[in-house]
Design a protein around this ligand. Structure first.
Ligand SMILES: NC(=O)c1ccc[n+]([C@@H]2O[C@H](COP(=O)([O-])OP(=O)(O)OC[C@H]3O[C@@H](n4cnc5c(N)ncnc54)[C@H](OP(=O)(O)O)[C@@H]3O)[C@@H](O)[C@H]2O)c1
Length: 252
């Protein structure tokens, strides 16, 4: 049975990814900053999908905590086939002019340093067997928005990281790719009025945001044998948002 580890998978997109792999018959390991929440979510997934699921506490700001989780995973499952770097500090409101050193470090520690050392641990486990690493990036790593400068930089770093992983790890049959997500529907959208929702959706050529399951589909595809020759690249899932030169308007 193949094994996947997904960070930050007790809710939203991470949970959708965990469900997708469980439905495909993978043994699943998930992490959270909150160990209780990780274990409870794992228990629920195990019941629902009848595959082995483990939940681990991981603090992405602490490289020792990251290494401990990969050691536990090796003890519990004996192998790792797919690693999905999903957790992120969203860095909302950290603008170019106002961000403090502490705010910058908080985002960089999780999104760049934490992700890097997770990928290093994953690659070390996959070295003998091969495997696939998928990071979850963002369109904010390709263009600007108010208050997201630090987050955007950290997400752009993932595009570079997967290229280096493709280069250095290809000889071990390890592939690495980045899903560049656009707007993704989550519980955070629940507070929007129907007018606000319609206005937001009118900005996307595809007419709507992605679902969490659609991001999970992209992660699944990149991990699967169907993508066996795809490595070191970005797969953008953004309803056409970054295809627009100017704000999108429908032709009257
Ligand atoms: N939602 C979107 O519109 C959107 C768009 C583009 C890209 N993305 C990317 O898609 C991925 C999933 O996003 P999501 O919307 O599902 O986000 P989310 O649930 O807010 O974040 C994913 C997980 O990251 C962990 N996390 C959050 N803040 C953290 C912090 N300060 N330090 C360490 N871990 C933290 C949380 O796990 P625990 O609390 O359980 O540890 C959380 O469940 C992220 O990489 C995000 O950047 C999302």
């Amino acid at each position: 049975m193949k094994v996947v580890l997904i960070t930050g998978a007790t809710r939203n997109t991470g949970l959708a990814v965990a469900k997708r792999f469980a439905a495909e018959g993978y043994a699943v390991a998930i992490t959270s900053r909150d160990g209780t929440s990780a274990r409870e979510t794992a228990e629920a997934l195990e019941k629902e999908y009848a595959v082995p699921v483990r939940g681990y506490e991981m603090q992405l700001t602490d490289v020792r905590s990251i290494r401990q989780v990969f050691d536990r995973l090796q003890q519990d499952f004996g192998q790792l086939d797919v690693f999905v770097a999903n957790s992120a500090h969203l860095g909302v409101g950290y603008s170019l002019l106002e961000s403090t050193e502490e705010e910058f470090d908080a985002v960089a520690d999780v999104n760049i340093k934490g992700t890097f050392f997770c990928c290093q641990c994953a690659a070390r486990l996959m070295k003998e067997t091969g495997g696939s690493i998928v990071t979850v990036g963002s369109v904010q790593g390709t263009g600007g928005l108010h208050g997201r400068a630090v987050y955007g930089m950290s997400k752009a770093a993932l595009s570079v990281l997967v290229r280096y992983m493709a280069y250095e790890l290809g000889q071990y049959h390890i592939r690495a790719n980045n899903v560049v997500a656009g707007a993704v529907h989550s519980s955070r959208w629940d507070s929007l009025s129907s007018e606000e929702l319609a206005a937001r959706r009118s900005r996307y050529p595809a007419g709507r945001e992605s679902t969490e399951e659609e991001i999970a589909n992209a992660v699944w595809f990149l991990s699967s044998d169907q993508a066996a020759s795809i490595t070191g690249t970005d797969l953008t899932v953004d309803s056409g948002l970054t295809a627009c030169l100017l704000p999108y308007t429908k032709k009257e």
